[in-house]
Design a protein around this ligand. Structure first.
Ligand SMILES: [Cu+2]
Length: 592
């Protein structure tokens, strides 16, 4: 409380009725109060002379300017790459885009990537979806200063799939991704090659992002705490960095490699003429068999492999991929507060176009959709090391912050339940534990917990995230504090644990991402009071493939099985709503 300016600003916000959301920026402050450790600064990894790469390239992070909207160019940050060794198809630029080049790797390749920071701030690259050693995973502790370089060396162990590379520096991931630092990384293998799926010009990356521009075509980013609490939303949909994206297609089958590269926006993808979507893969690669759905949900960080067959369509016809209407992903409170802040002309869950496919050529031949795509090695709950005691991933939603397991991110703050034995398969449960940064232990337990996680996460409330923290900050003595406490108490007094409580008011959908190997989704369950909203999204979740992001809706509980093989060290788990991540909605598993 030494910062008088912050104090008066907070008091002002509290008195003006904005206090509840203004506290969203607190985790950094909480961390300071608790004396948690600062992120260490490590010496950047150098090339290992004994590592013989099959592929090597330089990857530059640098400022740039690109034409996105008509008129003035937009200042961005972007990845650029230079191949030093390996097949020339390894790197494919997307012309005119701020996105980094498409990286194509083969399973089994040894890869060296030299990351060069040409920005004016620290950065580090993370290979989202890739199973690599902890010190190659782009943990924030490996961030490098401007002018510095960092060498990554790893063998490609993943099966074929679409992955993402993006920055992961401490509390600056969202801003850097938003300004353009992101790209797609494809792994290919024999299982995929045998299928002879549409390739070359018939395989099209579709990276969906939303951005907000000022009158000079420059990117606008977070303006207030409300933008952080809900995540940041633009009002222009870009595909591969372009507005009003169109593809010209022949009347045959295409393979669309779709990635939601948005910071926070969730899409409900569907074709405008009601044609169902045929999905052949998700985050962790090909499904075993195609799935046909009326629509598919795609949250930040999630990928979709779509079989889009334009056979039989006439030259001149077009098909539009839209985001269809849905509800329930934003906090009810934010919906109300939203009206007082900056109204977005493209509300989440409204109906709007993503891109258009125009049939410009009639052909008679098309590849056929294989009925069997791949074989997935599946685990049973009995294969897990903890069938009766799932590792808890509690989504802690409070007026102060969005957190995981009631604790803001801090380096070297690994709790007992976050220690994982290497080469084990773990059962994990993601659930909403209401009462975020200031949450009380009682509500930290899962609403319907009948398992070990209840005890573990309940205990956490007492260790750090609970009332003690509120007392420590002296909230109760300051204007808005009491009101907030009152609201939270009210919530815990409610026998159903929700509806009128503050946690419930802040409850929203979170795309939860776990670093390292992909997981299976075992089960999802939704609380009865959320059924109506859930009905607008439920048919859009694909559970038959391997995932590394799962969208957890308000009132939803998701059980997953995740292997932790081969590598020891710190592996992050976090919300892939990137504003939430930077707010501290991130933790580490220590694999040992
Ligand atoms: Cu989140």
């Amino acid at each position: 409380m030494s910062n008088l300016k912050n104090y008066s600003r907070r008091r002002f916000l509290a008195q003006s009725g904005l206090g509840l959301i203004a506290f969203a920026g607190m985790p950094g402050f909480l961390r300071a109060m608790e004396g948690m450790q600062a992120m260490p600064k490590l010496t950047p990894n150098k090339a290992n002379p004994n590592f013989k790469p099959d592929v090597e390239f330089d990857l530059f992070c640098r400022p740039g300017a690109v034409s996105i909207l008509p008129g003035q160019q937009t200042q961005v940050q972007q990845y650029a790459a230079l191949l030093k060794k390996g097949p020339k198809e390894t790197l494919i630029d997307i012309p005119g885009s701020y996105l980094g080049p498409l990286i194509h790797l083969q399973k089994g390749q040894k890869v060296r990537i030299n990351l060069h920071n040409k920005l004016t701030e620290p950065t580090v690259a993370h290979w989202h979806g890739m199973h690599v050693p902890a010190n190659m995973d782009g943990h924030p502790m490996y961030a490098i200063d401007p002018g510095a370089s960092l060498v990554y060396e790893f063998e490609v162990l993943n099966r074929a799939g679409m992955n993402i590379y993006h920055p992961h520096p401490h509390e600056a991931t969202a801003k850097q991704v938003y300004h353009g630092l992101a790209g797609a990384l494809f792994v290919h293998d024999e299982e995929e090659a045998k299928l002879e799926l549409p390739g070359g010009e018939f395989e099209i990356p579709i990276v969906i992002q939303d951005r907000l521009f000022d009158e000079h075509n420059q990117l606008i980013y977070v303006r207030n705490m409300h933008d952080r609490m809900t995540g940041f939303y633009g009002d222009h949909i870009l595909v591969n960095g372009r507005p009003n994206f169109q593809i010209d297609v022949a009347s045959r089958a295409y393979r669309l490699r779709v990635l939601n590269g948005s910071n926070a926006r969730i899409y409900k993808l569907g074709w405008d003429d009601g044609t169902p979507i045929t999905v052949i893969g998700v985050d962790g690669g090909l499904l075993e068999q195609p799935e046909v759905r009326p629509y598919v949900m795609l949250a930040p960080g999630e990928r979709l492999d779509v079989w889009a067959d334009f056979s039989g369509r006439n030259e001149g016809s077009q098909l539009v991929m839209r985001s269809l209407p849905f509800s329930g992903v934003l906090p009810k409170m934010a919906e109300r507060m939203g009206g007082m802040m900056h109204a977005n002309s493209l509300p989440v869950g409204s109906d709007y176009p993503i891109f258009t496919a125009r049939v410009t050529k009639k052909v008679s031949d098309s590849p056929k959709l294989p009925s069997q795509l791949s074989k997935i090695n599946r685990y049973q709950i009995s294969d897990t090391a903890n069938p009766d005691k799932p590792v808890p991933i509690g989504i802690s939603e409070g007026p102060m912050a969005m957190l995981l397991n009631s604790r803001p991110y801090a380096y070297n703050d690994v709790q007992d339940f976050e220690r994982i034995k290497v080469n084990t398969i773990q059962l994990m449960e993601i659930f909403h534990a209401h009462g975020g940064g200031g949450g009380h232990g009682k509500e930290s337990a899962p609403a319907t917990g009948e398992h070990g996680a209840e005890k573990q996460s309940g205990g956490m409330g007492h260790q750090g995230g609970g009332m003690g923290m509120m007392g420590m900050m002296g909230m109760g003595h300051q204007g808005g504090g009491m009101g907030m406490m009152g609201g939270m108490k009210h919530g815990s007094d409610d026998p159903k644990g929700g509806g009128s409580g503050m946690g419930m008011m802040m409850s929203m959908a979170h795309p939860i991402h776990l670093h390292g190997q992909q997981f299976q989704i075992v089960s999802r369950s939704i609380s009865a009071d959320k059924e109506a909203d859930y009905a607008t999204v439920r048919d859009g979740f694909i559970e038959s493939g391997l995932k590394d992001v799962v969208l957890v809706m308000p009132g939803e509980k998701v059980r997953i099985i995740k292997p932790f093989q081969d590598f020891k060290g710190l592996f992050m788990y976090h919300c892939h709503n990137l504003e939430h991540e930077d707010m501290g909605m991130m933790r580490d598993f220590l694999v040992e």
